[in-house]
Design a protein around this ligand. Sequence first.
Ligand code: AKG
Ligand code: FE2
Length: 421
Amino acid sequence: MQLLRRNARKEFSSLTLKCTLEALLRPAFIKSVRRYKAHAVAPPQPRALSGKSGHQVPKQDVRMNSLPSTSSIQSNVSAESTSMSIPPVIDIAPLICPDQHTQEHRDQVISQICQACETWGFFHVTSHGIPQQLQLDLQTQMRAFFLAADPEIRESVRRTASNSRGYADDELTKQLKDSKQIFDVGEAPRFQNLPEDHPKNHVQDGYNQWPNREHLPEFKSTVSSYFEACTHLCDILLGAVVESLGPGAREVMTNAFEEHTSFLRLNYYPVVQKSAEGTTDKLGISRHTDSGAITVIMQDGTAALEVYSGSKQDACDGTWVPVDPVSGALTINTGDMLMVWSNGRFKAPEHRVRAMTKVQRYSAPYFYNPSYDAIVAPLTSWDQHQSPRYRPIVWGDFRRQRFAGDYSNLGKEIQIEDFLI
Ligand SMILES: O=C(O)CCC(=O)C(=O)O
Ligand SMILES: [Fe+2]
């Protein structure tokens, strides 16, 4: 583990912001236990698990994509987009550079994050420490990969039923084919002196496949750097919310993420065919919740992501609310595992992506997932009045079943509701 972290450290040597650099290098490359301690913060007051806590999600209509096409990221996001952004925008500088802020500031930020997780399950973060240049570089590589004229560049890394990592253009969400193409990559291999596809480097999700260096020389290093930066950001975000989940939660999470199985997905949404009215009934991604703990989404400047304001899975009691990109921010959402750990207090929001009818879109969600053998069960000590609402889940089993459903239509896909007590 330490060795891998040390290799990743090299990737950041070009970062310039001192605070960012320190934040990226300091805790993420030492053992998880110490990572969380390095960011230890006073717990915010636990909030009651009640529909009345926090603000209510206002109802509003789906807003159609009105942003111009952009080839570069957040800097091109229009003012119109940001003013419509309803999930909160949280400046997390006090978490990224704790030495430069007071404990009070850190506590404020943590309580904002917890409130966002309890209500929307979505928020945007600024001052997150991931350099804009790295994001721009990632977008350049995404375009180079997905738009490469030679299809063999993608075909050579196509994922299979036994290897979830690589390229796909046939992803299913809730048994529906998404109008997008993806490339998935996970943690660097354990044995770096052996090829990535060596059996010793196979994990449950498979192994990383990389396009030929001759065609895309910067792809692997850029994607790997961005992956490590997201891991570090998620360590910090989880470290922030964990204190509010009661005594013992930090240790549980620390153990659960010791051998994290996170993966980064590169999404490309091509322009789909539309009707004479200029609309489509297709979706970039159908409604779903993310199955892991936390997702960090880098959106390009094109609005299409929406969160459901309704109360129930697959219900019709809410509306689709835009989660438009915010200049300089990354978009964060909570997933099923954090919802289970928090015993339903933090929401795993249903979200979807509209299909592109005018311009193509790119996004890069990083899914922060626990160890395969982590047993995820409700932590109830933060509210003694609650009994567990979910049965314990072995993350690796849940993940395996979800991937099987994403890969081929198995009928009803496993959902977190199946674990409700
Ligand atoms: O493209 C986006 O903005 C979000 C993607 C997403 O929700 C996912 O890949 O699970
Ligand atoms: Fe998602």
